[in-house]
Ligand binder design. Structure first.
Ligand SMILES: [Zn+2]
Length: 269
C-alpha cells in the first residue's frame, strides 16, 4: 500500500515500533461521480480515515466524467459556453475545468520538455501573437517561443498592452489608462527558456525593436537573427502569409494552429 497518512499532525511510523502496521484497509467508499468503489484506509496511530482518492488531483470533483470531453472540445475550437451546452453542465463548471486542465497540461508540458534539459537547444524562434480581451481596444500580446525542429512550444507569456492605431482615440475615451506589460512577459519568457536553451544558441524573431535588449540580457552570448515580418498577401491571412519562404514558419504555424483551434483566439474582424 502506497498511501501515507494525510494528517499533518500524525506521528507515523508507529511510536512503539516502526514494524507495526499503522495504516490498514478499512472497507470501500462508493464514488458517485464515476460509479467506482474506492479503497478506504484507517490510520491506527491518529485514527484518521482516508482513501486512495484523497491524494488524487481530481479529489472533490463531481463532474469528472466530462474532463476528457472538455479537454477535446476546448482544443477543437468549441467555446466554453457551447461546451457547457453540449455536455449539459453549468458554464461555470467548464470554466473551472479549464483551469484544472490547464494545470495538468502545464505539468505534462514540463515533463515533455525535460528532454531539452540534457540536450539543450541550439535554435529558437520567438514572436508575439496578438489577441484581445472583450474588445480590440484592450489588446493582449502572447509571447511564444518554439523549437523549430520538434515544433514544441517551449514557453509563453501573456501581457496586456495599450491599443494601437486608430483605436488609441476610442480606447482613451472609453476605457481607463492601460499600461504596457509586455516587457515583463518578454523577460519572463526568456528567463524561463534558459533551462532548455544553450547560452550560445541562435534566436530567430521578427524585427521588433524591443527584442534585442531582452535576448542580450538573458543570453549575452547568443546570436539574434531577425527576419522582416511582412504583411499578408491578402487581408486576413494573419499568421500564415503566402508571400514567400517564411523562415519563421514553425512559429507562425504554431500560432495559426492556436488561433484555429482555440475559440478565444479566433479573429472576429
Ligand atoms: Zn495518521
Amino acid at each position: 500500500m502506497k498511501s501515507n497518512c494525510p494528517n499533518p499532525y500524525c506521528v507515523l511510523p508507529h511510536p512503539r515500533s516502526p514494524k507495526i502496521k499503522s495504516i490498514v484497509r478499512n472497507g470501500t467508499v462508493f464514488r458517485k461521480s464515476d460509479s467506482r468503489y474506492i479503497q478506504r484506509y484507517y490510520c491506527r496511530v491518529c485514527g484518521s480515515f482516508f482513501s486512495k482518492a484523497t491524494f488524487d488531483p481530481r479529489f472533490g470533483q463531481n463532474k469528472r466524467r466530462v474532463n476528457a470531453a472538455i479537454d477535446r472540445y476546448l482544443c477543437s475550437g468549441v467555446s466554453q459556453r457551447r461546451a457547457a451546452k453540449l455536455l449539459n453542465i453549468n458554464p461555470k463548471t467548464v470554466a473551472a475545468k479549464l483551469r484544472f486542465l490547464a494545470t495538468e497540461a502545464r505539468a505534462e508540458m514540463n515533463k515533455d520538455l525535460k528532454v531539452f534539459n540534457k540536450n539543450k537547444l541550439n535554435n529558437i524562434q520567438f514572436d508575439d501573437l496578438e489577441t484581445s480581451e472583450h474588445t480590440k481596444c484592450k489588446p493582449l500580446s502572447v509571447s511564444l517561443a518554439v523549437a523549430p525542429k520538434s515544433w514544441k512550444i517551449l514557453g509563453f507569456a501573456v501581457a496586456q498592452m495599450p491599443a494601437k492605431g486608430h483605436l488609441v482615440k476610442i480606447a482613451k475615451r472609453k476605457y481607463p489608462y492601460r499600461p504596457d506589460h509586455r516587457n515583463r512577459s518578454w523577460a519572463e519568457l526568456l528567463h524561463g527558456l534558459s533551462r532548455y536553451v544553450k547560452p550560445t544558441a541562435t534566436f530567430l524573431s521578427d524585427e521588433n525593436l524591443h527584442y534585442p535588449k531582452f535576448v542580450k540580457h538573458y543570453f549575452p552570448d547568443a546570436k539574434h537573427e531577425t527576419t522582416p515580418g511582412g504583411r499578408g498577401a491578402i487581408v486576413g491571412q494573419g499568421e500564415l502569409k503566402k508571400l514567400r519562404f517564411d523562415p519563421l514558419f514553425s512559429l507562425n504555424h504554431t500560432c495559426a494552429m492556436l488561433r484555429a483551434n482555440m475559440n478565444r483566439l479566433f479573429r472576429k474582424t
